[in-house]
Design a protein around this ligand. Structure first.
Ligand code: GLN
Length: 287
């Protein structure tokens, strides 16, 4: 038995299961099971594997992970983590898996908000990927984050603790958007990647998303815009004069969200595109 044979076996299994990234996923799981990096895999893949207990265990682990992936369990749930902004975030079925799209949102804040004295609030924090990345890379003195889900906040604070050394570096609040926050407290920047998929679309998504990611992290109600209405409507009271709001959006929501911000009195309302060129972030200022 060689690593190459194991890879082919796993790839074929995942192809039959309809995994669109069968080869890449099988390779990632093989590296994980055998504790290998890509270079060592490429150098040794044609060699006969020794018949040791360790090799047998690694092969069994690999086949078990392939079996899970063939049930369309997300790769990130099998591995337990996802990279975001160069940091490793623990994930589980209680949080949205951080997406590369969302790096556009974090980068927009980092680029435009250079003053480390700014107070930052991340609504719907999920895994905490936005709040933690902003704390690490923006070095802002005050970062707060909220979520409705207790389980999500456990993941977020564990990520904060692992990555920042201390969970206390970010203040976490549990509750429904602004209701989670101490009365009267205000921030300079509100950032959010809220759930924005129209309810009717969710059933047609890939099984990894539809069956394994939290419905509440996806569902933006009938038209997908529910949370934008509530966040933009409530942000005025929670933003300091000269404050700004940054929202991730679905690629076809720029016009609706831009209109909402303008109607609510935000100025300099701007749409920012992601790497593939799709509308991804809308931001605006209170004055
Ligand atoms: N803020 C988290 C993220 O961007 C979670 C977003 C959500 O649950 N909709 O990954």
């Amino acid at each position: 038995m060689t690593l190459h044979q194991l890879l082919n076996e796993g790839t074929a299994r995942l192809e039959r299961a309809g995994d669109p990234e069968a080869g890449l996923d099988a390779r990632r799981l093989l590296l994980e099971a055998f504790g290998l990096d890509t270079v060592h895999f490429l150098m040794n893949r044609m060699e006969q594997l020794e018949k040791t207990r360790a090799v047998e265990r690694a092969a069994a682990d690999y086949r078990q992970m392939i079996e899970k992936r063939s049930r369309r369990i997300p790769l990130q749930h099998i591995l337990g983590s996802q990279e975001f902004m160069g940091l490793t975030f623990k994930v589980n079925r209680h949080v949205l898996i951080p997406r590369q799209d969302t790096e556009t949102l974090v980068e927009a804040v980092l680029e435009r908000e250079k003053d480390t004295g700014k107070r930052i609030l991340d609504l719907c924090t999920g895994s905490g990927c936005i709040a933690v990345s902003l704390k690490v890379m923006g070095k802002y003195g005050e970062v707060a984050a909220s979520d409705l889900s207790e389980e999500a906040l456990e993941v977020a604070s564990a990520n904060a603790e692992r990555i920042l050394g201390e969970a206390g570096e970010i203040r976490f609040f549990r509750g429904d958007l602004f209701q989670a926050l101490p009365p009267g407290e205000t921030w300079d920047v509100i950032v959010s990647n809220p759930p924005y998929i129209p309810t009717g679309i969710i059933g047609g998504l890939e099984p990894e998303v539809r069956d394994h990611e939290p419905f509440m992290a996806l569902d933006g109600d009938e038209d997908g815009l529910h949370f934008y209405r509530r966040i933009i409507g409530g942000a005025g009271e929670r933003l300091n004069p000269g404050g700004s709001i940054y929202l991730e959006i679905g690629h076809d929501q720029a016009e609706a969200v831009t209109d909402m911000m303008s109607r609510e009195g935000f100025c300099h309302v701007t749409v920012i595109k992601d790497m593939p060129g799709k509308d991804r972030v809308v931001c605006g200022d209170t004055e």
